[in-house]
Design a protein around this ligand. Structure first.
Ligand code: GUN
Length: 280
């Protein structure tokens, strides 16, 4: 089956070059965008994500602070750090890397972040704003996916957009963003019946399942835009997405959605700095 391969790395590099210019402009006005990233515990995948975020900030000239807290950090300690970061003028974005250790209440922690610094858009107030289409921040992975789709020149209006996965981080916000782009949206999940029948309708198919080789060629309409959000390890320990690359050829992982997620985080941080500090 022939499908177009989206070069996520190239799209991300173009966006980052634009952001670097905007960052330099802000710096010329005495404003250095600042991001604080909090990692609780030692999840190896999270450690890699956080390191990549920090490195990307460095490359753009964004100030970044990393807080690595032990896995047994108490609710009070974490809330107190968030309160301190909420109060610091030079911090424009606060990100708490998920997943959190089980003893911490994710909803409570995310709700403690100042909505004006919530670059992940996970605070309930920002989630609600996305639902009604009046939002400033949007979650990074779905925003990155929209940018990748835009890079293909495909107009989403009236298109069948099928999303596999209903997480709060990817599937649900992706559905809302696609709806705001006037796509006809279907969200599939583990209880969906006749999944291949549904996915074959898709002009745009987005897979965020977390299972290597889950999406195969017979689930995909010829010519569809396929976006693979999965980050899995196969039996040989190699990093791979949800989509069976041999039979489908979507945006390859790594190099597809991952770099876009980080790029959107940088964009939100720069936008936040402009919004918060150029008001006066
Ligand atoms: N863990 C996996 N994806 C994300 C993300 O986009 N943001 C945060 N904070 N944690 C994550």
């Amino acid at each position: 089956m022939s499908a177009r391969i989206i070069d996520g790395k190239a799209v991300a590099a173009r966006c980052r070059a634009e952001l670097k210019a905007r960052t330099e402009e802000l710096k010329g006005e005495g404003i250095t965008p600042g991001l604080a990233v909090i990692l609780v515990g030692e999840d190896p995948a999270s450690q890699v994500y956080v390191r990549n975020k920090h490195k990307a900030c460095d490359e753009l000239g964004i100030h970044s602070e990393q807080y690595t807290l032990p896995g047994n950090t108490s609710r009070e300690e974490l809330l107190s750090l968030i309160a301190e970061l909420n109060g610091r003028e030079e911090i424009d974005g606060i990100l708490v890397q998920l997943p959190l250790p089980g003893h911490l209440d994710q909803k409570e922690i995310l709700s403690a972040i100042d909505p004006a610094k919530d670059v992940d858009a996970f605070h309930p107030q920002n989630v609600g704003r996305i639902v009604i289409g009046d939002y400033f921040f949007a979650p990074c992975t779905p925003s990155g996916i929209l940018t990748l789709i835009d890079s293909t020149g495909v107009d989403m209006t009236g298109k069948e957009c099928v999303i596999i996965g209903r997480s709060n981080i990817v599937g649900k916000p992706m559905a809302l963003l696609a709806l705001h782009r006037n796509a006809t949206v279907t969200v599939c999940h583990s209880k969906t019946r006749n999944l291949p029948e549904v996915t074959r309708r898709a002009d745009i198919l987005i897979s965020a399942v977390g299972k290597a080789g889950f999406v195969t060629g017979e689930m995909v309409k010829p010519g569809a835009v396929v976006i693979d959000v999965g980050m899995n390890r196969n039996a040989a320990g190699k990093l791979c997405g949800d989509v069976d690359f041999e039979s489908v050829s979507p945006a390859p992982v790594p190099g597809g959605v991952g770099p876009m997620t980080i790029t959107m985080l940088l964009r939100s941080t720069v936008l936040s700095a402009r919004n918060r500090r150029k008001k006066a």
